[in-house]
Design a binder for this molecule. Structure first.
Ligand code: 2P0
Length: 323
């Protein structure tokens, strides 16, 4: 017996207030609330069907068969919820540079949560879909929604989920990703954030200041104040990266070219162009700016970087079924 196949598309998101540390590693309950922007340019399409002739889950990523052990642990959660014993065929196509700090796990698990739950015969409310996606990867809880999204940390499985802040935002902002390295990152987010929680003497200060950053950025988003939103996001990102440098053993995702981009953004700002950077668990830099300024910024970046390294994205939609 083969179930009906469902294909879901989920877009990745970039955190403006970062999730960096877990209270519960198994349930993926974060230490602090985070806030992100879902993007239109980077997405994952995932097709799932259950097939009673399978002896285990099968997983293809970009047409290549992968080790399915991690994805199987997630599928076990879906099977438990749907009271199903059958294994699944899962096929994903990633339109995101895999593990380059462009948060491919966010779009991957949001798409998988929707496609798998539908193929298993469930009709989950978006809050429950966000909770399910969270179990695959924390940031995936936010990719269930479009636009600006907040992940409320909660304190257990039921209370930790994302909520939309401005789902279909009409704000004409732009995120330029400067891809410095497409290779697998040195330290995964999962390992990096846990090391920080356990060893950084600054961790309690991070929790306190991220609460403040969240409250002020929400206000600035409402006011459409790019200068404030950018400044808060940039500072929040740098505080996250300072945690990494204060861990034991310390680590950093920055490469020499990363620093070059940061300096260029600061230079552009000193020339009066409103642009700010944020960085995730990798060397790539994302630049937040207005859509009108993006051409000018891209021109300046093109002096040092190849066109292929410069990706432009705008606010994107939440997860949806495409077939
Ligand atoms: C985020 N990042 O808020 C943070 C900020 C990068 C820096 O990639 O362990 O892949 O699967 O829950 O969601 C978050 O890491 O980690 C992340 P897990 P996830 O987007």
């Amino acid at each position: 017996m083969i179930s009906k196949a469902f294909t879901a598309r989920a877009h990745t998101n970039i955190a403006l207030i970062k999730y960096w540390g877990k209270k519960d590693q198994q349930l993926i309950i974060p230490m602090n609330n985070s806030l992100s922007l879902t993007l239109d340019h980077f997405y994952t399409d995932t097709t799932v069907y259950f097939d009673s002739s399978l002896k285990h889950d099968v997983f293809y990523l970009n047409d290549e068969e992968q080790d399915a052990s991690k994805i199987s642990r997630f599928m076990d959660l879906v099977r438990a919820q749907a009271e199903l014993k059958t294994f699944a065929h899962i096929e994903s196509v990633n339109h995101v540079p895999t593990t380059a700090g462009l948060a491919s796990s966010a779009s991957a698990y949001a798409a998988l949560a929707l496609a798998a739950s539908k193929a298993a015969g469930m009709q989950l409310a978006r809050q429950d879909l966000s909770r399910l996606a969270r179990r695959g990867s924390g940031s995936a809880s936010r990719s269930v929604y479009g636009g600006f999204v907040e992940w409320k940390r909660g304190n257990d499985d039921l209370s930790s989920f994302a909520v939309p802040i401005e789902e279909n935002t009409d704000w004409n902002i732009c995120m330029i990703a400067v891809v410095i390295d497409k290779n697998r990152k040195k330290i995964s987010s999962r390992v990096g954030m846990q090391r920080v929680v356990e060893t950084s003497p600054f961790y309690p200060a991070w929790i306190k200041s991220s609460e403040h950053d969240l409250a002020t950025i929400k206000k600035a988003i409402k006011e459409r104040n790019l200068k404030k939103v950018g400044a808060i996001a940039e500072e929040n990102a740098m505080k996250m990266h300072a945690l990494n440098m204060s861990a034991s053993p310390h680590f950093s995702y920055f490469e020499p070219a990363t620093i070059e981009v940061l300096h260029l953004v600061e230079l552009l700002r000193s020339e009066g162009i409103c642009c700010y950077y944020t960085l995730d668990a990798g060397p790539n830099v994302k630049i937040l700016c207005s859509a009108e300024d993006s051409e000018q910024i891209l021109k300046r970046l093109a002096v040092k970087f190849d066109k292929k390294q410069l990706l432009v994205a705008h606010p994107g939609p939440g997860v949806e079924l495409i077939s």
